[in-house]
Design a protein around this ligand. Sequence first.
Ligand code: NDP
Ligand code: PMR
Length: 396
Amino acid sequence: MALQAASFSPTTSVYKDVYAAGTVVLKDTGLSGVPFSVLIELKSKSLILRDKGRLPVGAVRAQTATVSEINQAPLEGNKTLRKGNVIITGASSGLGLATAKALAETGKWHIIMACRNFLKAQMAAKSAGIAKENYTVMHLDLASLDSVRQFVASFRRSGMPLDVLVCNAAVYLPTAKEPTFTAEGFELSVGTNHLGHFLLTRLLLDDIKQSDYPSKRVIIVGSITGNTNTLAGNVPPKANLGDLRGLASGLNGLNSSTMIDGGEFDGAKAYKDSKVCNMLTMQELHRRYHEETGIAFASLYPGCIATTGLFREHVPLFRLLFPPFQKYITKGYVSEEEAGKRLAQVVSDSSLEQSGVYWSWNKNSSSFQNQLSKEASDVEKARKLWEISEKLVGLA
Ligand code: NDP
Ligand code: PMR
């Protein structure tokens, strides 16, 4: 039942969200008129400060916690009564939005929707019916390392503890004839899907380490199409990072190739390569940090969610035929709702807590630990990818 004393600082001038027994938010400009001692008193009696967004500045409405409210809280290990806080990148559509909805509906999670389009994310949350008190939208453009750093700074200013990070956002540019680039000049697919998430995860690890939540996790969404030990992973162009020479020389198309393996630009391959990077990064995080921090690192293939915005750049005929092809021929199709429930399991189920695992689901939707391809589980490549990525994002 650990409320965070620091979050009650009476001098703070930013919004503070303090999640106690399912409830929140001091919309504060100094908590004027409420002595800190009173807050301590409230805290010790397990009272809840409840904001409905209509309190005048300085006014604090207190309400006694009911048994049922306390019971709503995640009690795994009885370590804390507050809601879990989870950041989901790219939660404005598809899998990310469906996961946010699934988690919000449990009443046990507050979702920080980390999105490049603030308004789109707000509207998406609203039309998905996610209750206002269960989410916060924060701006994050993974195609800009400055934006990643700014996001981390604003998240820290919010005062919220961080318990789980889900790296979900991605772009897929299968029809691009020419490469496009991130703000720092990296090829856009690998720059966004891998490098942006790499920096974000590295910076937020410190925050997750400090969490008192019973189960701390970092999840990076992978895919079957990056795994060449599957039929789907053998559809050309196949993922292949080679010796990482393109990445090592900057992936910028100026003094280097725009592809990780040093080859000619191919948007579909760049996406699949980026997914291999995601899966390698998860395992390297596990090797480097799991034992020391207790954080569980995982990746997953949620199923083929053939209707999402991921295919927005594909030709119209593909977009028309892909869903029935996956539904009736490969039978790999899964709805956004079902995929969201799967990712939500990886966020919160105690049965999916193991670290270093790549999760998949079989036809009757039960989860299992899947095998990664030889390349996607290559320890030496993961280490090299880590070291090069550190340099590219300015951490080494
Ligand atoms: P969507 O296109 O619906 O979702 C992708 C999200 O990423 C969107 O919210 C998008 O924002 C966001 N995004 C893109 N670029 C950036 C950026 N620069 N900064 C911040 N956010 C960004 O696709 P899916 O839901 O299908 O994809 C989600 C994850 O699932 C991806 O990691 C994908 O690789 C993975 N996946 C998908 C499969 C599928 O069959 N669809 C299968 C296997 C894995 P915006 O809304 O503004 O465009
Ligand atoms: Mg694939 C069991 C077979 C299977 C599965 C599960 C997928 C998933 N795909 C399968 C088979 C095939 N696909 C076959 C036989 C073909 C040749 C006709 C095929 C083709 C195909 C294309 C052109 N598939 C695709 C594309 C895409 O553009 C998608 C892609 O690669 O996006 C990167 C895609 C996908 N197939 C999948 C999944 C999950 C995808 C998309 C997603 C991803 O990795 O994010």
